[in-house]
Design a protein around this ligand. Structure first.
Ligand SMILES: C[S@@+](CC[C@H](N)C(=O)[O-])C[C@H]1O[C@@H](n2cnc3c(N)ncnc32)[C@H](O)[C@@H]1O
Length: 471
């Protein structure tokens, strides 16, 4: 909100000036409004900065603005009426709520009625549940929930459980049909199973996940095999590839703790043409995978773009650079996605945070210098043995921003184990799976290079050994 505005004759009005006029009794304020009656920006500025309204306030001039032609002025006038602790203007609000041509103004009118907390408004709010704008329905629900426990209100709200809008359905489900937790003998939110602590299993992740109890993992960060773009990732078809990922992330969902995160690093890939008379095919992996993830219950939270320097990526723009012929434009792909999802829950993030004691919360606080945008500029990392490894900085940010110290961090497609080593260095535990024995063996070589995969700490297990390690 700006601190100063301009009157219609170009003079400055400040927040303080409005406050002063308000305190002087509002004859002066009415005069200011009248002077600026044709300037909607000034009127909005005045209304927006009125702040608290004393009981003695003469509000007649606000009522006039309820039929002003500019919707922002009407919106702020309704909002201001909502602050007056009086039901004098109820009929006007009802009428605005059902008849104003702006949905934003109607929504504010329903909100103002709800905030009055008057039982007498229940019939109006009930009628508003039939509105065609789901945001207005949500405002009416909010107003009615104040009377939760009242038979009439409860039965009207419960009927919305099959509402066509997902936001409406989720509010009603949370309020009236919360999932009752069957006693799954799970451990406390912050705890982890000993047999998963700092373990790397050489096996197909799908076989390994079947052995893991539900709600075991705090955070999954992974880069799945690229569809048919590398030797270790050959699938009979794109559909089969998607089904494979669906299976992995379905099981990952089951083993993830309530309300915790999955972050998937992918990018569209190109499968090269088979000859000059054919074209190459581009597969939009993050966008296709998204559909499966939300369908199985993962709630979409954020898209983070990992941006690499142009010199580090394959040059595709060469041909275009020479000929400059439209349609043959092929930009260099300098980005990958980190799609962030959360396991569905009725609970807010605060609930997850409150599971930890103050000591852990303080020790896990993210230091200055954190990334404040969703574009992360990080150089890719090359490696002689593995062709697609995570840069440590990418893992560091994910681990620091999405987990607490002592948590269990999982990578189903472990590769060279970058996530495991980074998680360990940040005071977290890791659990990795990797199908290819050569990469599993490669991970072991890090034992001598640093102590993160220290023998005492890290267990390198075959699938059979892992099975036997589970009590
Ligand atoms: C993109 S790489 C991950 C690299 C890793 N992020 C790193 O920093 O080294 C994908 C890995 O998934 C492994 N992989 C493919 N299919 C698998 C499966 N079914 N189970 C476990 N690992 C698998 C591949 O062998 C490959 O090492």
């Amino acid at each position: 909100m700006e601190n100063i505005g301009f009157t219609s004759d170009g003079c400055l009005i400040s927040k303080e000036y409005i406050k002063e006029l308000k305190q002087n009794g509002n004859g002066d304020l009415t005069a200011l409004v009248n002077q600026n009656y044709t300037n909607s920006n000034s009127l909005v500025f005045i209304l927006e900065n009125l702040g608290y309204i004393p009981a003695s306030f003469d509000s007649r001039w606000i009522i006039d603005l309820l039929s002003y032609k500019n919707e922002n002025v009407r919106f702020w006038a309704v909002k201001t009426i909502g602050k007056l602790e009086t039901d004098e203007y109820l009929d006007r609000l009802y009428k605005i709520a059902s008849e104003d041509e702006s949905t934003k103004v109607r929504r504010e009118a329903v909100s103002a009625v709800g905030r009055m907390r008057e039982k007498g408004n229940i019939p109006f709010l009930k009628k508003t549940l039939l509105d065609s704008d789901p945001k207005i329905v949500c405002q009416a629900i909010r107003g009615l929930l104040i009377f939760k426990g009242d038979e009439v209100v409860d039965s009207a709200l419960k009927e919305l459980v099959d509402h066509e809008n997902e936001m409406v359905r989720s509010v009603i489900l949370k309020e009236y049909f919360p999932k009752t937790k069957i006693d799954k003998k799970t451990i406390h939110h912050t705890e982890i199973h000993q047999f998963l602590k700092n373990v790397i299993v050489n096996g197909d992740v799908r076989d390994v996940l079947k052995l893991i109890p539900e709600e075991s993992v705090h955070l999954t960060f992974t880069s799945p095999p690229y569809y048919n773009a590398r030797d270790y990732s050959i699938y009979p078809s794109y559909e089969a590839y998607m089904k494979f990922l669906e299976e992995v992330f379905y099981e990952t969902y089951r083993v993830t703790k309530e309300g915790r995160f999955l972050i998937v690093n992918t990018s569209p890939i190109i499968v090269p043409r088979i000859s000059r008379s054919h074209s190459s095919k581009r597969y939009p992996i993050p966008f296709d995978l998204h559909y499966y993830l939300v369908k199985m219950g993962w709630e979409f939270i954020d898209d983070i773009v990992w941006e690499k320097p142009e010199y580090s990526v394959k040059n595709r723009i060469g041909g275009f650079q020479q000929h400059r012929k439209p349609l043959a434009y092929k930009p260099n792909s300098v980005t990958e996605y980190l799609m962030v999802y959360r396991k569905q829950t009725d609970k807010l993030i605060d609930w997850n945070i409150h599971q930890y004691n103050d000591e852990i919360v303080n020790a896990s606080k993210v230091a200055d210098g954190y990334e404040s945008t969703n574009v992360w500029k990080i150089c890719p990392k090359s490696d002689k043995i593995h062709s697609a490894i995570f840069p440590v900085d990418l893992c560091r940010r994910v681990v620091e921003y999405y987990s607490y110290k002592g948590d269990l961090v999982f990578d189903p497609f472990g590769g060279s184990g970058t996530l495991g080593r980074t998680a360990k260095s940040l005071g977290r535990h890791f659990f990795l799976t990797e199908k290819e024995t050569k990469y599993f063996e490669y991970m072991k070589t890090f034992q001598s290079k640093d102590n993160l995969f220290d023998n005492d700490v890290t267990k390198f297990l075959t699938l059979e050994q892992f099975k036997n390690s589970i009590l």
